[in-house]
Design a protein around this ligand. Sequence first.
Ligand code: GDP
Length: 297
Amino acid sequence: MFENLSDRLSGVFDRLTKQGALSADDVKTALREVRVALLEADVSLPVARSFIKAVEEKATGAAVTKSVTPGQQVVKIVHDELIEVLKGEGEPGTLKIDNAPAPILMVGLQGSGKTTTTGKLAKRLKDREGKKVLMASLDIYRPAAMDQLAVLGQQVGVDTLPIVKGENAVQIAKRAKQQAMLGGYDVYMLDTAGRLQIDDVLMKEVEDVRDVVSPRETLLVVDGLTGQVAVEVAEEFDGKIGISGVVLTRMDGDGRGGAALSMRAVTGKPIKFVGLGEKMDALETFEPERIAGRILG
Ligand code: GDP
């Protein structure tokens, strides 16, 4: 499918004369290949450009170690820079859920995997951290989505807030908060309604819910296969709601992980978890190393 970047660069450097340091020309030639690899991995053009610039500055004049070829040397510099951009502040996979009951707001477009991720994360908090978790669906527009969360709750052994017809999202959020306090829950997760596209009504509703519960974490769930769209969605949600982290779903698919790099470069928000399938245990801590490897091919 894709030509491996390491092989590609070795090919380029085989045609160049061997020197002790990388010359500006060597680096330029190599970076053309890196740029193609980034774009093939679905990294957005502006992000690819600024990334290449950073690598160019680091690579030009860098000494080539005897044990590696110039191509391998550039791959290493690219790899290290990828890790640098991909890793956010804080320990990956951890959430701020100290003051019980801690509200977690789950936001994102419909179909991004929001409800599935809510279930996965609740299971993880219960199983790994022994937390008592309550989940509530705020999707008053799609009764099926409410039922879906209830089914997932049963499946993973996590309580869901009983469904009461006729309430609006803010009323449900208030009821979840109260139930979480009364029931001695450590965490309550609010699965907000998604739309196919961002619209003002959706944003206003999420803002109102945010103001009522003051979430400890606001996690944006985005489909990692949607590349540039994922980044635009993240900018929009971060600007309007303020997100504390990102969960990239469908990372089990064929995508090459470029959305992760663009996401980090554009929003600066940490990617906390990745979704790797439909099953309830298919959620993993985001690991920059793995994504870097995938982008490099
Ligand atoms: P929502 O509308 O955002 O709540 O999306 P759902 O949680 O209903 O997910 C939509 C579809 O994507 C479902 O069929 C999920 O099983 C599937 N899905 C969610 N996360 C992942 C993932 O990480 N990988 C794969 N392959 N499928 C996923």
